[in-house]
Design a protein. Structure first.
Length: 199
């Protein structure tokens, strides 16, 4: 009897193969043939689970964001307020190979979004979700009395994105292990969160 295929598991495996191809070839160099070869499947199987190339790229872009969001907003567990914000930094900064790999794929899709409206739209939706989650954390922090009264939530969210995206580019270009980069990123995240705290 043929083995039953777990569609969720198979789809996840194909998306992971897509990320690996994107990391090595960039979005522009990613083809359905390269993805199928990386996944060890036929083009017809790839199409069955993910559709055509545009469908695959949008799904891969959305899935990498979902992976980052899940890590960022579940790592803190029961943490609230500024402790949860610091945990979100810890989850998304490129501090190890896994987080750096996700960051690499994210940067590749960011570049592709400049000329691909479908990827741009997917990123905008993902960004909106992340902003909503960060605004929720800040609302918790304010309710807990942790925030300075002059804190502007949208500016904090923008700052979070700038720190994460900037550190990602720096790390991908210069290397995570260059001259204590990881330790500096920890200090930057600490300073960012501490700067919001009521004195």
């Amino acid at each position: 009897m043929p083995r039953l295929v777990d569609h969720t598991e198979r789809r996840a495996g194909l998306l992971a193969a897509t990320w690996r191809v994107v990391r090595t070839r960039g979005v522009g160099g990613t083809t359905t043939r390269a993805i199928a070869d990386e996944a060890g499947c036929s083009l017809s199987v790839l199409a069955h689970f993910l559709g055509g190339k545009d469908d695959i790229l949008v799904a891969a872009q959305t899935a990498v964001y979902e992976r980052i969001v899940e890590r960022a907003f579940t790592l803190g567990g029961d943490l609230d307020g500024l402790a949860a914000l610091r945990a979100a930094f810890e989850a998304v900064l490129p501090l190890d190979e896994e987080r750096e790999a996700d960051a690499h794929v994210n940067v590749a899709f960011a570049g592709a979004a400049l000329s691909n409206p479908l990827i741009a739209q997917a990123r905008q939706s993902s960004h909106a979700r992340i902003r909503g989650l960060l605004l929720g954390i800040l609302a918790e922090a304010r309710a807990l009395g942790e925030l300075r009264p002059d804190v502007v939530d949208d500016e904090v969210v923008d700052g979070f994105v700038v720190v994460v995206e900037g550190s990602t580019l720096l790390t991908l270009v210069d290397g995570r292990h260059d001259d204590g980069r990881v330790e500096r990123l920890h200090r930057i995240a600490d300073a960012f969160v501490d700067g919001l705290r009521v004195r």
